[in-house]
Design a protein around this ligand. Structure first.
Ligand code: ARG
Length: 639
């Protein structure tokens, strides 16, 4: 064994701009060489994580490696000795200041201070059109289905749909941004008995001479609720009344209610059969409900800046014809079994089996889970997905566990490679009101998304007018809408996906703190610097790019923040957690704010510094704007 430093490792292109991965790969080389004389330690070090993290205390450097501590035991030496061995084999090239024994702190942390020259070179690499996220080579590109939105026919878009739409949209954008092919699927709840009930009621209304074509979604939703009430027989009430010898008049009323409800239910069931067999008149009324619902749905999605279009709709109805054969297939191959008359698939580790067909006594119908199994089959086999991501409420967790397990058992998720597609439930928590209970209107109704967005835009309009009274009315309205929508979306996306959060207009519309308006404002601030530069005739034309000079601590912090961008987008794509990107953008905006406060840009001491700082501003704008776009938020020029 020699004590000579190893030769510099070849660094993968994608590591070039990200200090953490660049440092990690160089540490990995050192780790694999440091213990060639100690077989156990050598084996442990070979696969070890270099554990590079930003330093808590900047006085000791920019990053630290904690690799030595976990290796100390196997190597049978104090962690500081391990650290010494590592640094003897470490070659950080021109990335960092030389690492010496003085760099080892405490029990064995290795402190690393990046070189300004390295940072400016890395920024140059990041400053490419793809901002460090180049197209993937063909063999790494996957097709990913993102299941989002999932509205139900004949119901208004309410606050319960918000999260599936915007989390789904953000996750889809991030996965696309890192280079995969994304297919969005809006699994609309457009089939089954409840839909048949409202279809049936509308048909009867039309037969009674009503013009059902003029009904809007509000009206259809009322009819939907009425249809459900019509079909809900008070069987228990009647039984109790019989048992207790109720007043004859009360009995008569209950009997009428129950027989009316039984009739309505029978009629709805007949309508369902007609729908299933493609009866034209029935289908036309159903289509009318679907069109009205989807028009509203797509327009709310557009207003939310979410890319959910008509061609993404693949409703439950689109699977209806496949369910009979699917269940037969499951039974034929012994995947499903009959349990108490119902057809079920048992899944290892889950107590409740996945029911795919009700018993004869229960009506023999197919279920939500049956359709979702058909959907997995189509997504994997038909659409070619090797990953399917469901952005759906956490309360459906058991449903997805059952369906994923059953589909995998059935082989519906099998890939040509012999593995199966990865099926992931990106579950989210509930939006709560100030009282800590699910967010409702004062009268206990679901909050309509349109009214929520209207109120956000109105409140944002007031806030913007107070901040900037000189905006032209037309522009002010556009800004108010953008800020209002951004506030709602950002408050949602920035909270930990799986947790519930409390909806608060005041908090989300604040221009301070981790909010949508604060981030939009950071971009506005940068753009106003460039407007002023133009007014003063300062040339920042692209043909003559200055290099990034990194001297002040705030410049270094800003540079380090910028370089983390690609990794934070990848984190969203991998972990399906938009809040990671939000936190990143907030950190970047904060680093930018410290930078402009402490490092004058237009008033910089000399020409070269001013040009370099303008370049930092320009790159910050690009990264912020790209990141906001991934959240589905459109950056503004002024506000
Ligand atoms: N329509 C369903 C609901 O409102 C959501 C659909 C989610 N997607 C799915 N593939 N199951 O609960």
């Amino acid at each position: 064994m020699t004590d000579q430093p190893s030769s510099p490792s070849s660094v993968r292109a994608e590591d070039d701009f990200d200090p953490v991965s660049a440092l990690s790969s160089r540490f990995r080389v050192a780790l694999s060489r440091a213990f060639s004389d100690l077989p156990d330690a050598h084996a442990a070090a070979q696969g070890a994580d270099p554990l590079i993290s930003p330093s808590r205390n900047r006085q000791f450097g920019d990053f630290q490696s904690n690799a030595a501590m976990p290796l100390a035991k196997v190597a049978g030496m104090p962690p500081r000795e391990v650290a010494k061995r590592i640094i003897r084999h470490l070659d950080l090239g021109d990335l960092a200041e030389p690492i010496t024994e003085a760099s080892i702190a405490g029990p064995g942390f290795i402190n690393i201070t990046l070189r300004a020259s390295a940072l400016s070179r890395l920024l140059g690499v990041l400053d490419a059109p793809d901002l460090g996220l180049p197209p993937l080579p063909a063999d790494q590109r996957r097709t990913v289905v993102v299941d989002l939105c999932g509205v139900n026919l004949a119901k208004q878009m309410h606050v319960g749909h918000l999260r599936s739409i915007i989390i789904g949209d953000c996750v889809a954008r991030a996965i696309e941004r890192v280079g995969h092919r994304v297919v969005r699927q809006n699994h609309v709840g457009d089939w089954g008995l409840p839909i048949a009930m409202v279809t049936d009621k509308l048909m009867r209304m039309r037969a009674g001479g009503e013009d059902i074509d003029r009904l809007d979604l509000d009206a259809i939703e009322k009819i939907y609720k009425a249809a459900q009430a019509d079909c809900a027989a008070d069987e228990r009430g009647l039984a109790a009344a019989r048992r207790w010898w109720s007043h004859p008049k009360a009995m008569a009323e209950l009997e009428t209610q129950v027989s009316g409800a039984r009739e309505a239910l029978a009629s709805a069931k007949a309508t369902l059969v007609k729908l299933q067999s493609g009866d034209e008149a029935t289908r036309r009324v159903w289509q009318r409900i679907a069109d009205t619902t989807m028009r509203e749905c797509l327009s709310v999605c557009a207003r939310l800046g979410a890319d959910v279009r008509a061609e993404h709709s693949a409703g439950e109805s689109s699977y209806a014809d496949e369910l009979e054969t699917l269940v037969k297939d499951l039974l034929d191959r012994g995947v499903a079994e009959i349990d108490d008359g119902a057809v079920v698939v048992r899944v290892v580790g889950i107590e409740e089996p996945c029911i795919v067909r009700k018993s004869e006594a229960g009506g023999g119908g197919f279920l939500y889970a049956t359709t979702d199994m058909a959907a997995i089959r189509r997504r994997v086999r038909g659409l070619g997905a090797s990953r399917v991501v469901y952005c759906v409420d956490a309360r459906q967790g058991l449903h997805f566990k059952q369906v994923f397990g059953a589909a995998i058992r059935a082989g519906y998720a099998d890939l040509p490679s012999g593995e199966h597609a990865s099926l992931e439930h990106a579950a989210f928590g509930t939006i709560l009101g100030q009282d800590g209970r699910p967010f409702k209107t004062r009268s206990g109704e679901n909050v309509k998304l349109t009214s929520l967005l209207n109120e956000a835009a109105a409140r944002a309009g007031e806030a913007v007018a107070a901040k900037n009274p000189d905006l032209a009315p037309g522009e002010a309205a556009v800004i108010a809408e953008t800020v209002g929508v951004a506030a709602i979306k950002y408050a949602d996306l920035s909270s930990d996906r799986i947790k519930d959060y409390v909806f608060s207009f005041d908090r989300m519309l604040s221009f301070e703190g981790n909010t949508g308006p604060y981030l939009l404002y950071a971009v506005v601030r940068i753009r106003s610097i460039f407007r002023k530069a133009a007014e003063r005739g300062i040339d920042d034309s692209a043909s003559d790019r200055a290099s990034f000079g990194i001297a002040a601590p705030e410049e270094k912090d800003l540079a380090l923040a910028l370089l983390r961008y690609p990794a934070s987008v990848r984190a969203v794509a991998d972990h399906l957690e938009p809040h990671r990107l939000c936190q990143y953008l907030y950190d970047l905006a904060s680093a930018f704010s410290a930078f402009v406060t402490n490092c004058p840009v237009l008033q910089a001491p000399d020409d070269a510094t001013r040009r370099s700082r303008l370049e930092l501003c320009r790159l910050t704008d690009r990264v912020m704007s790209d990141g906001l776009t991934l959240l589905g938020i459109r950056p503004l020029d002024r506000m």
